[in-house]
Write a protein that binds this ligand. Structure first.
Ligand code: FES
Ligand SMILES: [Fe+2]
Length: 357
């Protein structure tokens, strides 16, 4: 049962608020993780990822217990990770299993580093840094992205790398009045908030908007490249903050996910995945699967210019917000979109839940 957003500690500053680690966070795209170690960071914790012999993702603390150097400088031997410095080896549970110069008089030191739960699905790698017991009690599996493998959806991925607290990014994503910023890349205008609901896990906001894009003709894709082909029409824009991630649905044609990886207090990475739906083209659905897959793969990234353009404009603003906050933490912001206060309450509540565990 979900609880209400009561008893939130008002002394928590939203711009320095921590995260609830008892959730899955996205740390990389699947194709980034190979049999070479890869360093990723979540909320100041450095983790080394690699694929073992079965191609399964392993995630362990990125610090050799011998001298605290990064294990990501080492290499993978079979299913284990070998430190670059003196060659100590660690298995996927983080246990030291081999030291090349160990003699008969020595025993393997009983050193153990943390291993994390890792999950690969829908093109991304997720890690869970919290208490595994909490995992059973709460979120279970990471957020599903069914459109990733679905033949009717064309994906584009853009990486958000911004020098700002994650709250600035989520507020940007939930406040649809900021369409003002996007000019040529703008997918909608005239947003009007018509419904807002929230609990301690999520905020759901529904906006009425005027949308520029409609994917109902085979040539609709050209609207991405030629603004003159875009025609304003009324539509609904749903945005959902499902802690700690975000998703949005624009009419029948577009779906966007933003998968968060907060790096630290003022550095946030996120993966923005945009899907264009081909649901309207029934004749296409009757074509052979291999051909539909070829279309899906060939059109991957077709919204790249637009998505990267939007991201650049958003980052520019978010980093200014962070800078203004860092220059004067007492500065007061004025807000008239009620979505923002709900978002801030959830961020604080989730941090409190983690702290009180
Ligand atoms: S520092 Fe890793 S083996 Fe020595
Ligand atoms: Fe934006």
């Amino acid at each position: 049962m979900t609880k209400s957003l009561t008893d939130i500690n008002s002394s928590i500053d939203i711009r320095t608020c921590g995260i609830n680690l008892d959730h899955w966070y996205v740390v990389a795209q699947s194709l980034e993780v190979t049999s070479e170690p890869l360093e990723v960071v979540v909320w100041e914790q450095s983790i080394v990822l690699y694929r073992d012999e079965q191609k399964k993702i392993q995630a362990i603390e990125n610090s050799c217990p011998h001298r605290q150097v990064k294990l990501s400088s080492g290499k993978i031997i079979g299913n284990d990770l070998e430190c670059a410095y003196h060659g100590w080896r660690f298995n996927s549970e983080g246990k030291c299993i081999f030291i090349p110069y160990l003699n008969d008089r020595n025993k393997l030191p009983n050193c153990q580093i943390t291993s994390y739960l890792a999950w690969e699905s829908d093109g991304f790698i997720w890690v869970f840094l919290g208490d595994p017991k909490e995992l059973q009690r709460t979120s279970g599996q990471p957020l599903k992205i069914p459109e990733w493998g679905h033949l009717n959806y064309i994906a584009t991925v853009s990486i958000i790398e911004c020098q700002g607290h994650f709250s600035f990014l989520i507020e940007n994503l939930m406040d649809m009045y900021h369409g003002h910023l996007h000019e040529n890349y703008q997918a909608w205008n005239s947003a009007k908030l018509v419904k807002l609901t929230s609990n301690e896990k999520r905020v759901d906001a529904l906006y009425e908007i005027k949308s520029y894009y409609k994917i109902d003709k085979i040539w609709s894709i050209f609207q991405l490249f030629f603004p003159r082909l875009r025609q304003l029409h009324s539509d609904l824009l749903q945005v959902n903050y499902i802690y700690p991630h975000w998703m949005s649905t624009l009419g029948d044609d577009f779906k966007i996910y933003c998968l968060l990886c907060p790096i630290n207090n003022n550095h946030t990475r996120a993966y923005l995945i945009h899907f264009t739906s081909l649901n309207a083209f029934e004749r296409l659905h009757k074509l052979p699967i291999w051909f539909r897959r070829w279309i899906k793969n060939s059109l991957f990234g077709s919204a790249q210019k637009m998505l990267d353009g939007l991201v650049k404009q958003d980052i520019f603003m978010i980093e200014q917000e962070q800078q203004a906050y860092s220059n004067d933490i007492r500065q007061q912001a004025y807000e008239i979109n009620p979505t923002i206060s709900q978002v801030q309450k959830i961020i604080k509540k989730q941090f409190q839940l983690y702290e009180n565990n």
